[in-house]
Design a binder for this molecule. Structure first.
Ligand SMILES: [Zn+2]
Length: 114
């Protein structure tokens, strides 16, 4: 939240404000690609193995496109660049993405009952 780096007077607490926003910033760009809300997905960082919701990543939006970094090790998890007629999606920083899907009513062989 933006208020965390502002004092009551509105001045920055310690120098520059954070240059990132949270992973919810990705929702709009990725909604065009995926049929599900990817920000609710769990991503595993290829760098440190940390598993966290995509919405909790740190998204740097001052570069061309959006760059999502791991909160644990700052590695780049995901990059997305939207051009006028195409989108570039770089997911190499994520070892795995777990997306919750509606139940099929069938057996869940290894579901932990989450
Ligand atoms: Zn990491």
């Amino acid at each position: 939240m933006t208020e965390s780096w502002l004092t009551q007077s509105g001045a920055p607490q310690s120098g520059a404000p954070p240059s990132w926003v949270d992973g919810n910033e990705l929702a709009g760009a990725l909604a065009e690609v995926f049929a599900v809300d990817v920000t609710t997905a769990q991503g595993v960082c290829a760098g440190c193995g940390r598993m966290a919701p995509v919405a909790e990543t740190r998204v740097f939006d001052r570069a061309p496109g959006l760059v999502a970094r791991c909160v644990g090790c700052s590695a780049v998890l995901l990059r997305v660049v939207r051009g006028p007629d195409r989108i570039w999606l770089d997911l190499r920083g994520m070892a795995c993405v777990q997306i919750a899907m509606p139940g099929t009513g069938g057996a869940s062989p290894d579901g932990p009952g989450a």
